[in-house]
Design a protein around this ligand. Sequence first.
Ligand SMILES: NC(=O)c1ccc[n+]([C@@H]2O[C@H](COP(=O)([O-])OP(=O)(O)OC[C@H]3O[C@@H](n4cnc5c(N)ncnc54)[C@H](OP(=O)(O)O)[C@@H]3O)[C@@H](O)[C@H]2O)c1
Length: 307
Amino acid sequence: MDFYRGKRVLITGGSSGIGLATAIELARQGAKVAIAARDGARLASAAEEIRKAAHRAEAVVVTVAMDVTSTASVEAGVKQALEALGGVDVVVNNAGYAQPGYIDQLTEADYVAMLEVNYLGAVRVIRALLPHFMERRQGAIVNVTSMLGFMGTFGYSAYCGSKYALSGYTEALRQDMLPFGVSVHLCYPPTTKTPGLDKENENKPPEAWAIEGSSRAFGAEAVAKAILDGVQSKRFHIVVGMDSGLIWLAQRFAPWLVRWSIDGILMKHLKQHGDGRSKLAAKSEPPPAAPATPTAASAPTKSRADD
Ligand SMILES: NC(=O)c1ccc[n+]([C@@H]2O[C@H](COP(=O)([O-])OP(=O)(O)OC[C@H]3O[C@@H](n4cnc5c(N)ncnc54)[C@H](OP(=O)(O)O)[C@@H]3O)[C@@H](O)[C@H]2O)c1
């Protein structure tokens, strides 16, 4: 419990969902947190929520107005966080979003926008903090990717591209930081109940619902705890929950099994329900054809899902 006491942590996307839950847990454990996001009103109410949930009136919670798609905004925000906290020991690059859609309907602008936030957003924050970390020869960097940062599924082409980019970058970053004693971590949240997920679900094709199946959504608190445990135990890959761990292992060691299983569900769904484009236009909701109870072969899809 003492590991985070007094640690100075910057969390992008700290005003909602996983970022907010992480900030709350850190404040509970005595860390000083800076939460960064674009909407000032949401930041202020999140800061209030963090102080209350932490049950510590003296909790240090700093709000930083920052848009990770702008280098100038990131540089100013990082400077503000460094000054307000007196340094940064841990940064959690969590700001991000998923916009699912049929591959022929997603626009080039959709691809660029997701790359800007989900990938380059994290790169910008890290670049702004590198001199600080390298000079002090310590620190921790957590990049929040997704289970779709290691497996691609129907309807998530643009999102997968952006999260795979973040995963690849983070693999390299880990080695670049080794000589400087900076630990690097890659978190793959599964489907997690957040305001971001609610928005994402509005445009989720029925085929993607079918693949997601009956998997349960995690609470943001569980993801937050996994992130904090992972950093403390210096784990590079932070996978949340047993099902996600099995999928991660399967994708590493038997990717054909994951493809076979998900392809099977997709094709069965298409056979029974047809192409979902018209249904999505009418309004997307989970179709009745959720996959049956998971078997060894279908286990990889049980909690696909993720965002
Ligand atoms: N929820 C899931 O099922 C799930 C699963 C796997 C991975 N993830 C990943 O986990 C992370 C958090 O997701 P979430 O579901 O907790 O999202 P969320 O509830 O929508 O929160 C997103 C946060 O990011 C901030 N943000 C968005 N765009 C930004 C920008 N350009 N600059 C700065 N801040 C920005 C938002 O605040 P403002 O809008 O005010 O800027 C908000 O604080 C994302 O990277 C997501 O891809 C989520």
